[in-house]
Design a protein around this ligand. Sequence first.
Ligand code: DMJ
Length: 541
Amino acid sequence: MGVHCHHLLVSQFNGCRKGFYFCFHRERAVSLFWSLRFSEPFWAPQFKKDKEFLERLKHLCYEERVRAFGVCCGFLLNQHYNPAFVSLQMMKHAWDNYKRYAWGLNELKPISKQGHSSNLFGNIQGATIVDALDTLFIMEMKEEFKEAKEWVEKNLDFNVNAEISVFEVNIRFVGGLLSAYYLSGEEVFRKKAVELGEKLLPAFNTPTGIPWALLNIKSGIGRNWPWASGGSSILAEFGTLHLEFVHLSHLSGNPVFAEKVMNIRKVLNRLDKPEGLYPNYLNPSSGQWGQHHVSIGGLGDSFYEYLLKAWLMSDKTDEDGKKMYYDAVQAIETHLIRKSSGGLTYIAEWKGGLLEHKMGHLTCFAGGMFALGADGAPSDKTGHHIELGAEIARTCHESYDRTRMKLGPEAFRFDGGVEAIATRQNEKYYILRPEVIETYMYMWRLTHDPKYREWGWEAVEALEKHCRVDGGYSGLRDVYNNHESHDDVQQSFFLSETLKYLYLLFSEDDLLPFEHWVFNTEAHPLPVLHKDDGNKEENQK
Ligand code: DMJ
């Protein structure tokens, strides 16, 4: 079949200039012509409902019609699961506004149009820039990537008197810099990642080597969160350093980084685990568990994720990580996973043997994790792990679908006569989190069931309708309300994770294929260290 150029008068599609030239297969052009002429196109109801949405698309097509070509084509060719929409319409809006109102600061306040600073990064600056680098690269936003790189070269400074969260700085800054290096090959990112990694090392100066949560990167003095059970470190924090630290050793030739995280493994392996579960709190001085509170959401989540991904990233040589992951999943299934009377599978929290029938938005990442781990499970369990992933994805989709804004609450419950609904006012907010979309992306790649793209597109529409504001994207205070009350924060993870996972969900599978890349918990892709490339030592230290 030959490819022909057709000159279309796209009069019904006001968003694109009349006279756009489209090159595509003749048959497709003919059917498109008839569908435009005689039937209501699929997007018409959406546009009628939401004039503002159309106006924005129109603006995009007029102002940037060359770059917007993909968007217009996507819409016209009935491919509304369009990665170009995510990059050109969403990422660009988030980035441009950050640049306009908060350039060089950590995050953007999109309503008040100024910078937002979080004490997680002390006075290290530029969290949004570093978190967004790889997303810009993957989306081929070359100009933006260039300006971000220049900022890193000239301004990213770790010689500051700052008390930072070791976990947050690791996943966003170290992870972001490592990915930017691996994708672009630009030496500045490698150097900055290693420099920052070295600044984090004093956090491990504790009697057990379990690191402090907080560290002053000038004085090297560490401490734990004052609220954490008897001075404990947090499982999801000290358990979410492994991937980045193995890569730091790989890129610097200095084994110290990998040794630090391997020691965490050793400490954990020596401890008794109640019912095979890992409590969220561990005292770095005594090496004993704190409160027996177990969660696959906040405080626990990415520890489990990193066990699986450490094994995958080691080209499946890290047998220890593998065993710890599958043993943990077994215990989670037995003690935490339940089915509601309405048939929804959920992961409860465990407090000293009692279940709290609540699931956090954060916990929704586990659907993708179970599916990703299916391949390494004993052969009779592979299908079961995929099914578990699918069930969690469905439950998390329900938590979105049962709100007015079609975006999920921070936590939802399965008690007191409700299922997948937030009942407490302080759990009804949505802060642009990625976990549900992350799970859709994994489920799509691993099953190709079209419902995951449909659900992802529902999220796109909801984000555009309720979170997009003139000055960027904002979180919401109550997803059950009729009217938006914006929290006025554009989180850096919206650019690094939420938009990247949407983009990947609508892209082909050969963009960052799972055989070669694992994503850190902030969605920064890190390459698998293939054993035939002589990387075995780092993985096994
Ligand atoms: C991100 O910073 C990471 O995904 C982390 O593991 C959990 N929380 C946020 C996003 O919700």
